[in-house]
Design a protein around this ligand. Structure first.
Ligand SMILES: C[S@@+](CC[C@H](N)C(=O)[O-])C[C@H]1O[C@@H](n2cnc3c(N)ncnc32)[C@H](O)[C@@H]1O
Length: 316
């Protein structure tokens, strides 16, 4: 263990005091006198508590975190680990922008709380650092991912965290209401067999855009458990993880209308192939608009028959 006794006695109280001070003041300070608001970067008190409670319940021995920001999530996790009896091995964190963009604010926050010795910080991007840990054969019980929120970044993080988690291990992912992060998590569920463990939202997620499978609102932080036994994956088999986007298809009515208009223009000009392409795409964008299906079928009928079929007297 890492200096557990000393840090356990003083650490918990100091961490709590530091968390409360940061939330109260709402500002963080870099080593160079730089100051900035905690938000929107930091986890909120609600998300931090959710994270801490997960750690209290799971009691992980080995933990890892992607993206350090202002260190608030790290403080919540360390506090829970100390409550669980101590930090058995340094909590690993990586963030390439801690010095450049955050003026080492999170490292200062941990130092002031007297717990910087409980973490192992790496100033590297996760996509470079996580594969190194895989190569070293490292394994973790719990991961918190709050780094690059673009789909490629989030997906790559999940790919490597999946390799690093022990069977039955848990990954908590922040900002799961975002489409990119949500999709990456859906992939873990549908293709790796992860199960949804718990979720938290600071507010009711917006009902229209952010929908979970089965029309449930998406949480803002989600926790997912790796299966104890991984299923065999067929090289060619792929489980779709885009299901949630079916409601969005209707939202593409604008695109569908534009395509249908282009199809009608092409039909009027006698270009049946172009019209067919436009109607086909219009149907794909909005399958509920049945009129486009008839228009599409018409492009296969001889012009005379098409006119008789639709009762139209114009060309096409
Ligand atoms: C939302 S902040 C994390 C906030 C933190 N959880 C907290 O409570 O203060 C996201 C962090 O991810 C970091 N980040 C962005 N791209 C990254 C990458 N490729 N690898 C690791 N960290 C990355 C950013 O520098 C930023 O510090």
């Amino acid at each position: 263990m890492v200096n557990v006794e000393a840090s356990e006695i003083t650490g918990r109280a100091q961490i709590r005091a530091q968390i409360e001070k940061l939330y109260r003041e709402g500002m963080v300070h870099g080593d160079d006198g730089f100051s900035q608001s905690l938000y929107p970067t930091s986890v909120t008190p609600g998300r931090g508590k959710f994270l801490g409670d997960l750690v209290r319940r799971i009691k992980p021995a080995a933990t890892i975190e992607v993206g350090m920001g202002w260190g608030l999530s790290t403080l919540h996790m360390l506090e829970a680990m100390l409550e669980n009896g101590g930090v058995r091995q340094p909590h690993i964190i990586m963030d390439p922008y801690q010095a450049k963009n955050y003026h080492n604010g999170a490292r200062r926050v941990l130092r002031e709380a007297g717990v910087d010795g409980l973490v192992e910080f790496h100033q590297e991007p996760s996509e470079i650092f996580l594969p190194k840990l895989v190569e070293q054969g490292r394994r973790f019980d719990f991961a918190f991912i709050d780094g690059d929120h673009r789909f490629d970044g989030a997906f790559v993080d999940l790919v490597f965290i999946h390799k690093l988690l022990k069977p039955g291990g848990v990954m908590a992912v922040d900002d799961t209401e975002l489409d990119a992060v949500h999709l990456a998590c859906q992939f873990a569920i549908t293709n790796w067999g992860y199960t949804f463990e718990a979720g938290h939202s600071d507010r009711e997620a917006s009902p229209g855009r952010h929908r979970h499978r089965g029309e449930q609102p998406r949480p803002q932080v989600g926790a997912y458990r790796k299966p104890l036994v991984e299923g065999e994956r067929n090289q060619l088999h792929f489980n779709s993880f885009f299901d949630d986007f079916s409601p969005y298809i209707r939202l593409n009515r604008l695109a569908s209308n534009q395509l249908a208009h282009e199809g009608l223009v092409a039909l009027r000009e006698g270009d049946r192939e172009a019209a067919r392409r436009s109607f086909r795409e219009a149907i794909r964008q909005d399958p509920t608009h049945a009129k486009n299906l008839f228009r599409y079928i018409r492009t296969y009928l001889p012009p005379g028959l098409a006119r008789a079929f639709t009762g139209r007297s114009k060309r096409g």
